[in-house]
Write a protein that binds this ligand. Structure first.
Ligand SMILES: NC(=O)c1ccc[n+]([C@@H]2O[C@H](COP(=O)([O-])OP(=O)(O)OC[C@H]3O[C@@H](n4cnc5c(N)ncnc54)[C@H](O)[C@@H]3O)[C@@H](O)[C@H]2O)c1
Length: 144
């Protein structure tokens, strides 16, 4: 698939929300990406960035999906440097938007791109001395 990219990532839950924002930011930073999601919408990413994104429609709860993602990265791009294990079950409690905002000291709900920035920072050389740290990216929700 052309010249080998500098870095290769697997991003799970890549079709929407934070995962999609991570894929877009990684592409902007020169990564090639295996985008995995249970939704067929993940194929839209590969269509929008042919040659630098390959889509894997799979369920992360199945062991073979991890093997398939690693295999796809190696076969397509020749290496694997980063796993963003983003897909997960997240049950958003029923609450009004105003109530949700009031629980965030910054006065608003975070956007996916803000979370993506933190993820990509932690994977970057700029974070080379950070190990085993927990970084809250929640607009002060937990600390309030
Ligand atoms: N958004 C938030 O406020 C928030 C807060 C805390 C934690 N999180 C966590 O961040 C992650 C992403 O959140 P989001 O808001 O972008 O969610 P989202 O629902 O917008 O996107 C999640 C993506 O994961 C995919 N997915 C779901 N189950 C999957 C499975 N079994 N296999 C493969 N793909 C699957 C969905 O199809 C979807 O594209 C989740 O793990 C969530 O628990 C989000």
């Amino acid at each position: 698939m052309g010249d080998s990219p500098a870095q290769v990532a697997v991003v799970t839950g890549a079709a929407g929300g934070i995962g999609r924002a991570v894929v877009c930011l990684l592409l902007a930073r020169g990564y090639a990406v295996v985008a995995e999601d249970i939704s067929r919408k993940v194929h839209e990413l590969a269509t929008s960035a042919p040659g630098t994104v390959v889509a894997l429609e799979a369920d992360v709860r199945l062991t073979e999906s991890a093997q398939d993602a690693v295999g796809l990265a190696i076969r397509t791009f020749g290496r694997l440097d980063l796993l963003v294990n983003n897909a997960g079950l997240f049950l958003k409690p029923a609450a009004s938007r105003a109530a949700a905002i009031s629980r965030h000291p910054i006065g608003r709900i975070l956007g996916p791109a803000e979370v993506a920035e933190a993820i990509v920072f932690l994977a970057s050389p700029a974070a080379s001395a950070i190990t085993g740290a927990i970084l809250s990216v929640d607009g002060g929700y937990v600390a309030r």
